[in-house]
Design a protein around this ligand. Structure first.
Ligand code: NDP
Length: 476
């Protein structure tokens, strides 16, 4: 009896994905470079379903029914290429190779093209939700040919998370589309976490609330529009006491945020596409600043600022203001993220359904939130929505909270508490809605120093002023 699908790479993610498939009734071929992981899986969880273990890749391929479906779940980068190179000569035309690791979408585009040339399908699939999600239902973002998705769909939609009976798995688009959307998911996750951290920091410093009191604030927020996994676990982390020394856990954690690089990829890709993703960029920069020990030590206690961050504000009113600032800034980050997906979709011809992306992220993944239902509804109302911010529902939400948002950014600046996410989001919002931007002056400067020309508001064409001569205007 041949297995319906195979997983090679049985570290925490691959192992849990294989178990998830088996628990859902699919027979799963198993392989890992070092056999110990395969043996451990079968020994510990063999009773969960039908596993077909192999000691080498040839045996693994042999154990699969055709057309073969192979999920690669190894370290992203060179290891993925190494596995693909070893796998490809063993496969037959029409077989499907799924890379479910965190590949860069450009690598996925390259691999898809190479395998397509050999008559094989390559599916770059984002998988989100960490090890828990992989086991119990992740959010899945597959990219590749429609034929390969049709073959995988019954399995992927069965093992994915579900919200209101709908799977958090949709065919994103061709080649790198799935991994691009997964990357954006991570970028948005960075922005979300930075904004939550700013809300925490402001409430703590300005009002002097304890982490336990703040946990209650976040718990309360989690019953409204902000309801999400990240807000829920924020309350959990803030209410945790240090198991070693007692006292708030958050206070004994070194304040240097690490990163594996997908946030940076998101910002780099958005820069290439010319899409402002300031929310995500500020989140990446804030992590970098936090880890820049040399400069932080040189500046702390040396650079002057306000004497105390405490402000004479009403407690409940300020909490409500910060809630509005968080919601509006989060909306900006998502609007920017969806702009980047739209731009990439146009650039690479992916034809991505933006509303469907919101559906995928409603469950299973780290940014799962009630908010995503609202995004889906916004795209249902208008599939060609130019920006989430101009959707009626979101426009009204920001309209009712924007004064609060402005007060929070002003307070942060006045008391000297950094809020790069909140303020960058507000600047983006004001830039977007401005009737006229100072870009006109920049164009003037560019024309003066570099003869880069400018366009006029009243006539078509490009123009240049003879800056060093008689300052007459010539059409270019
Ligand atoms: P790791 O990223 O730690 O990778 C370990 C696995 O890769 C092992 O099975 C290892 O085999 C295999 N491997 C490494 N190098 C090679 C090679 N040259 N040839 C063959 N196999 C190799 O495992 P994770 O389970 O954490 O993640 C797997 C993938 O999923 C990664 O791409 C990761 O980015 C992605 N991902 C991870 C998430 C997470 O929460 N951890 C969430 C979402 C995606 P061996 O046992 O022989 O060393």
């Amino acid at each position: 009896e041949k297995a319906q699908i195979g997983v090679t790479g049985l570290a925490v993610m691959g192992r849990n994905l294989a178990r998830n498939l088996a628990r859902n009734g699919f027979s799963v071929a198993l392989h890992n470079r070092s056999q110990a992981r395969t043996d451990a899986l079968v020994a510990e969880f063999g009773s969960e379903g039908t596993f077909v273990p192999s000691t080498d890749l040839a045996g693994f391929v042999e154990s699969l029914e055709q057309p073969r479906k192979v999920i690669i779940m190894v370290k992203a980068g060179a290891p993925t290429d190494a596995v693909i190179d070893e796998l490809v000569p063993l496969l037959d035309e029409g077989d499907i190779v799924v890379d479910a690791g965190n590949a860069h979408f450009a690598d996925t585009r390259r691999r898809e093209a190479a395998l397509r040339d050999k008559g094989l399908h390559f599916v770059g699939s984002g998988v989100s939700g960490g090890e828990e999600g992989a086991l119990n239902g992740p959010s899945i973002m597959p990219g590749g040919s429609p034929e390969s998705y049709a073959a995988l769909e019954p399995m992927l939609t069965k093992i994915s998370a579900h919200v209101n009976g709908e799977p958090c798995c949709v065919h994103v688009g061709p080649d790198g589309a799935g991994h691009f959307v997964k990357m954006l998911h991570n970028g948005i996750e960075y922005a979300d976490m930075q904004l939550i951290a700013e809300a925490y920091d402001l409430l703590r410093q300005v009002l002097g609330l304890s982490p336990a009191e703040l946990a209650d604030v976040f718990r309360d927020w989690n019953t409204g529009d902000l309801e999400s996994f990240l807000i829920e676990i924020t309350a959990e982390v803030l209410s945790q006491t240090d198991p070693t020394a007692g006292g708030p856990f958050v206070d004994i954690v070194l304040d240097q945020a690490e990163q594996k690089g997908t946030g940076r990829w998101t910002v780099q890709s958005a820069l290439d596409l010319g899409i402002p993703v300031s929310g995500m960029a500020e989140a990446v920069f804030a992590r970098s600043l936090s880890g820049d020990v040399v400069r932080r030590e040189a500046a702390a206690g040396v650079l002057p600022g306000p004497a105390s961050p405490k402000a004479d504000v009403d407690r409940d009113a300020f909490i409500e203001d910060v809630r509005h600032a968080l919601y509006s800034s989060k909306l900006v980050a998502y609007a920017q993220g969806f702009d980047a997906i739209r731009a990439a979709s146009e650039e690479y011809g992916w034809n991505i359904d933006l509303g469907a992306m919101a559906t995928i992220w409603r469950g299973g993944c780290i940014i799962r939130a009630r908010f995503l239902d609202r995004i889906k509804e916004a795209y249902d109302r208008n599939a060609d929505l130019p920006s989430l911010l101009v959707d009626d529902y979101f426009r009204d939400a920001v309209a009712s909270g924007q004064e609060a948002w402005r007060r929070v950014v002003a307070t942060a600046a006045t008391v000297g508490v950094p809020a790069p996410g909140f303020s960058a989001a507000l600047s983006y919002y004001d830039g977007l809605r401005a009737e006229r931007l100072p870009a006109a002056l920049i164009q003037g400067l560019r024309d003066l120093f570099g003869a880069h020309t400018y366009k006029r508001v009243d006539r078509d064409g490009s123009f240049h002023l003879e800056w060093s001569g008689d300052r007459s205007e010539t059409a270019q």
